[in-house]
Design a protein. Structure first.
Length: 160
């Protein structure tokens, strides 16, 4: 029973980890965008620097600056959805309220982001980013498998 409880804590901690991690990613990318639009001063040091990488990566096709901005905004919006869905899943998991469907949806959206990045890496020949994107994709897949394959506390209580 103690071991199952510990496993349950580990599973919940993993969902909270991803919620926190995506929150930091979202906020640092949002700060980066706000610096690009000069809403935040250049002296504001918490920003991702990812916009400069996006601009450099898409430059091989001589696409306009507006394309980089649009792409970056779309990524930030997707990250916001991921962040919110992970927090919703984490708190649902904490309260044992239909958590598995919410966890699945949050991870589906987040793994979709990594799949998009991997495809984009190929399109823009950005192979130096591909390994990192693939590692994040696999890490999330492993997390989802851990959540599904390790037993839950409540399974004993309801006779499952």
């Amino acid at each position: 029973m103690v071991q199952q409880h510990a496993l349950n804590i580990i599973k919940k901690a993993l969902v909270f980890f991803w919620a926190i991690w995506f929150t930091v990613v979202f906020l640092s990318n949002l700060a980066n965008l706000l610096r690009v639009f000069a809403i935040l001063p250049k002296t504001f040091m918490f920003y991702s620097g990812n916009f400069a990488m996006v601009t450099k990566v898409i430059s091989i096709y001589h696409l306009p600056h507006s394309f980089a901005v649009t792409l970056f905004i779309l990524v930030i919006l997707l990250e916001a959805c991921i962040m919110l869905s992970l927090w919703f899943a984490a708190f649902s998991y904490l309260c044992n309220m239909k958590y598995i469907q919410r966890v699945n949806m949050a991870f589906l959206i987040s793994m979709f982001l990594w799949m998009l990045f991997l495809i984009t890496d190929e399109i823009f020949i950005a192979y130096r980013f591909e390994a990192a994107h693939f590692k994040f994709f696999v890490a999330q897949l492993v997390t989802l498998l851990v959540i599904h394959l390790l037993p839950d506390d409540h399974c004993k209580k309801v006779g499952v």
